[in-house]
Design a protein around this ligand. Structure first.
Ligand SMILES: Cc1cc2nc3c(=O)[nH]c(=O)nc-3n(C[C@H](O)[C@H](O)[C@H](O)COP(=O)(O)OP(=O)(O)OC[C@H]3O[C@@H](n4cnc5c(N)ncnc54)[C@H](O)[C@@H]3O)c2cc1C
Length: 285
């Protein structure tokens, strides 16, 4: 495990970058983890953010990133799959590496995908969100990857390389980069089947027997990311100070609710960072 940092920011969109910039401005050590996809990049034209008009979303994100980079903040690319509150600190599982932080700011945007039946109850009992973390458990066993994130093919190839008998389910045509011996099914998983442990997955009308299923989405539902985190209609519940119900855990941006807009995300990033910094100062005094 690396040295404990002050603040871990999860998400490299406007809210996360704003939080990171403001946490550094408060003299805190910061690492920013981001799965890498940003909805704003898709906006052809943004014209309701004060001071920027007739600008594309991609150009705007580039400016935000450059600002953060000028302060030494380089987003680390990858998915955070689990955050464990440990009382006075958090243990963050960043693609299989454990990072320790005194406070965490969730700026994870909106989790587009809803949980499928069986996913929540069988999480940790055959359902996993991280091939690198849990892959070895399925060596010489059958596993199915449901690939909804850009790194799904790479992760499936990795599972095969460590001896997992893996197949990939994803939308569209068989990806060229998928190793030729790995079976591919074009489609979507609609149910995880099993009582105590995963036994199968439903894809369309077919049931595929499997010992485990890796559901690889870019975003993970907040409540699945942090045990005990309170949500309402899928959004993280926060106070005006952007505090969640867990001490030291803050949230900002689209993940806390509407309006799903850049100005709100950036403002909440600032508030979350300032309060996380105060929380750390208070716990040290
Ligand atoms: C097409 C389009 C046009 C838009 N136009 C406008 C506009 O004109 N004006 C406006 O104000 N808003 C607009 N928006 C909305 C705006 O993009 C969002 O409000 C804004 O991006 C929210 O910022 P955020 O940082 O909260 O979340 P996001 O920008 O969604 O960033 C969240 C980040 O967290 C990362 N992440 C999520 N889960 C994890 C995890 N487990 N581990 C690591 N990283 C994770 C994601 O990859 C992403 O990088 C538009 C959105 C779209 C899609």
């Amino acid at each position: 495990m690396s040295e404990r940092i002050d603040i871990a920011v999860i998400g490299g969109g406007p809210a996360g970058l704003s939080a990171a910039v403001n946490a550094v401005a408060r003299g805190k050590s910061v690492r920013l983890f981001s799965a890498g996809e940003n909805p704003l990049e898709k906006a052809e034209n943004v014209d309701n953010y004060l001071g920027f008009y007739k600008i594309s979303g991609a150009e705007m994100m580039q400016k935000f990133r450059l600002h953060a980079e000028s302060l030494g903040i380089t987003p680390e690319k990858g998915r955070v799959v689990n955050i464990m509150p440990m009382g006075d600190r958090f243990l963050i599982n960043f693609g299989g590496n454990i990072v320790e932080a005194s406070a965490v700011i969730l700026a994870i945007g909106v989790a587009k995908a809803k949980e499928i039946p069986g996913e929540g109850v069988l999480l940790g009992r055959g359902v996993s969100y991280c091939a690198t973390c849990d892959g070895m458990l399925y060596r010489n066993k059958n596993a199915l990857v449901w690939g909804l994130a850009p790194d799904a093919v790479e992760e499936t190839n990795f599972l095969s390389s460590i001896g997992v008998k893996v197949m990939l389910v994803a939308k569209g045509e068989r990806p060229e980069e998928l190793n030729s011996q790995i079976p591919f099914i074009s489609g979507a998983v609609s149910e995880v089947v099993g009582e105590d442990f995963v036994t199968a997955a439903r894809v369309g009308d077919d049931i595929h027997r499997t010992d485990g299923i890796f559901i690889l989405r870019s975003a993970i539902a907040p409540a699945a990311l942090v045990p005990g985190l309170e949500t309402e209609k899928g959004y993280i519940k926060v106070s005006r100070d952007m505090e969640t119900g867990i001490a030291g855990l803050y949230a900002a941006g689209d993940c806390t609710g509407t309006p799903l807009q850049i100005s709100k995300a950036i403002g909440e990033g600032l508030i979350a960072a300032q309060n996380a910094a105060k929380f750390i100062d208070k716990s040290k005094s």
